[in-house]
Design a protein around this ligand. Structure first.
Ligand SMILES: [Zn+2]
Length: 172
């Protein structure tokens, strides 16, 4: 999956989490996000978008890999695309909760959305690494950079515009 599709997928994932958090607040205390939390949630969106491409640091041809390729993390879609990588990244970034849980959430949302996105491409991901080398692919819709991915990417753009409009409407 291409970097821009991953970034859009992370944005949609962030909207879903934001919606769930707001619903939880309304349901439990009939309150909404205050300005401070709104700020942190937007910071989380920024972080989620950055971390949505981190996993591809294992490929010299990816957007992030062209700058920061780490050969020891190869092969592509190996260790950095595993369930273990989610746990490790979630633990390493845990200190961010000192400032706001949203920041930690941004890291996790970005990385998890990347792995979910790649799960549904024809190569799949080695989810159980290092215990299992099997490539997991519940449903293969396309390969990276295919015409179909372009269509999915466009659909995600439309969804992001719609969700932004609805969010602004609800805030104002
Ligand atoms: Zn990837």
């Amino acid at each position: 999956m291409m970097a821009r599709t991953h970034i859009k997928l992370a944005t949609i994932s962030w909207f879903i989490i934001l919606g769930l958090v707001i619903s939880f607040y309304r349901f439990t205390s009939n309150m909404s996000l205050n300005i401070r939390e709104l700020f942190w949630s937007l910071a989380a969106l920024f972080i989620a978008r950055q971390f949505s491409i981190l996993a591809d640091i294992d490929s010299p041809y990816s957007r992030i890999g062209r700058k920061y390729y780490i050969k020891s993390l190869s092969p592509h879609r190996g260790p950095t695309h595993s369930a273990l990588s989610i746990i490790i990244l979630a633990l390493i970034s845990l200190p961010l909760c000192y400032f706001s849980t949203w920041l930690w959430g941004g890291v996790v949302i970005g990385h998890v959305s990347h792995i979910i996105g790649d799960l549904f491409t024809n190569k799949g991901v080695v989810l159980g690494y290092p215990w299992s080398k099997a490539r997991v692919c519940p449903y293969s819709w396309s390969g990276t950079g295919s015409e179909y991915e372009g269509q999915v990417s466009n659909a995600l753009s439309i969804a992001i515009i719609a969700l932004t409009a609805v969010s602004l409407y609800l805030i104002i």
